[in-house]
Design a protein around this ligand. Structure first.
Ligand code: AMP
Length: 387
């Protein structure tokens, strides 16, 4: 199946081609027609499934179609091309990294259209964002807190929004954004299309969707544990004190050049980064205590391959767009089994094979059992070959 057959206009198809996508992913095949039809969507999708394009592409198409309507026939003047941009689409994300990445994707897919997208998030100066909004935009990607700041200051007009996306809604709730989300919702016109994307469906998410979504189409292109099927998962049993040594050995023996390592705590991430650096393996930590600048720098270094190991906590890693990551390591197992699925979902993206290794201490065995229940698969420990 090709993108053209999904009913996307030529400039959008051209951009997709330029991005190097040849066939739509599962979630794209399922979501694009529904979103084009104007219906609400409740989608189960995690990062790495192509979910961003699954909402961004039909949103661009819908905007293009509306624009053509207003420019043909009905427009009284011939100045349609000069009319001011009106904010129509709001995309909310939990983190600034995800906001920036979604905005980049929307811009890439819309590069051959005149549709404009802007991003706003906290932790950086608000003035340039105010200016960008003043210049006009069709699409706004935002984190909830900064959006509310801008709304309080009357710097953003949400009265014409007709499409709302909540991306990674589960993370937004985990991060305590529920009140902010409800405040934003109260500022939007009642009649609009709502698209909610979430990797997991807790009671809290379902409660949020009740008042928000109107007869939503449920899309579950990939079951929650899909990554668990396609990713090669290895488990190494190791004493707590032996983890750093084992990780170094795996990195060196496997000649891993780009590894994402998960730790449970920020402190643990810093400590591990230091130890890797001390033994000559370039590493950087990315977590909530780091400034935006430090995070961007760490991510850029990792993408450029100047940094071999990126050490991250679960929340910081969400929304990191790193293409086709070959190797993910669980230095600690997560407390919540679903986080394991998120983590290994970072490898083997969009069709390329992925590898995940978990370093499991005796204390973590119960966590491993819980994970096995969720992914419905036994994870047999791998024996290390003697040197
Ligand atoms: P996402 O799940 O939105 O974070 O996307 C994961 C990655 O897959 C991104 O790097 C996208 O650029 C890429 N991607 C999205 N759709 C496709 C597609 N149809 N074919 C190939 N790669 C894609």
């Amino acid at each position: 199946m090709q993108f053209q057959s999904l009913g996307l206009a030529e400039p959008i198809c051209r951009a997709i081609k330029k991005e190097g996508y040849t066939v739509p992913t599962e979630i794209q095949k399922a979501a694009i027609p529904v979103i084009l039809s104007g219906r609400d969507v409740l989608a189960a999708a995690q990062t790495g499934t192509g979910k961003t394009a699954s909402f961004a592409l039909p949103i661009l198409e819908n905007l293009l179609a509306r624009r053509q309507d207003s420019e043909s026939g009905n427009a009284p003047h011939k100045n349609a091309g000069h009319r001011k941009r009106e904010l129509r689409v709001l995309i909310l994300t939990p983190t600034r990294e995800l906001a920036a990445q979604v905005n980049e994707s929307v811009r890439a897919y819309g590069q051959f259209t005149k549709i404009h997208s802007t991003v706003v998030f906290g932790g950086v100066s608000i003035q340039p964002q105010i200016q960008a909004l003043k210049n006009g935009t069709d699409i706004l990607v935002a984190t909830p807190g900064r959006l509310l700041d801008l709304a309080d200051q009357k710097k953003v007009d949400l009265s014409r929004i007709d499409t709302l996306v909540l991306d990674e809604a589960d993370r937004m709730l985990d991060m305590g954004f529920i009140r902010d989300i409800r405040r934003v919702l109260a500022l939007l016109p009642r009649k609009r299309q709502n698209l909610l994307f979430s990797a997991t469906f807790s009671q809290a998410i379902l409660k949020l969707t009740e008042g928000l979504l109107h007869k939503p189409e449920r899309i579950q292109a990939t079951p929650n544990s899909s990554a668990a099927v396609t990713v090669d998962q290895k488990v190494y049993t190791v004493e707590k004190d032996g983890k750093v040594g084992l990780l170094k050995r795996l990195i060196n023996d496997g000649d891993w050049q780009q590894v994402l390592v998960f730790t449970r705590t920020k402190h643990g991430a810093n400590r591990l980064t230091q130890k890797l650096e001390q033994s000559g393996i370039s590493a950087a930590a990315i977590h909530g205590n780091k400034s935006q600048g430090a995070r961007t720098k760490a991510l850029a270094g990792f993408k450029d391959r100047q940094v071999r190991v990126l050490v991250a906590t679960d929340i910081a890693a969400r929304g990191l767009d790193i293409e086709q990551l070959p190797q993910v390591v669980n230095f600690d197992l997560p407390n919540v089994p679903e986080d394991y699925v998120h983590r290994i979902g970072r490898t083997g993206r969009a069709g390329s094979p992925g590898h995940a290794a978990s370093l499991v201490s005796r204390e973590e065995m119960p966590l491993l059992k819980n994970i096995e229940k969720v992914i419905k698969k036994r994870l047999q420990p791998t024996a290390l070959t003697a040197r």
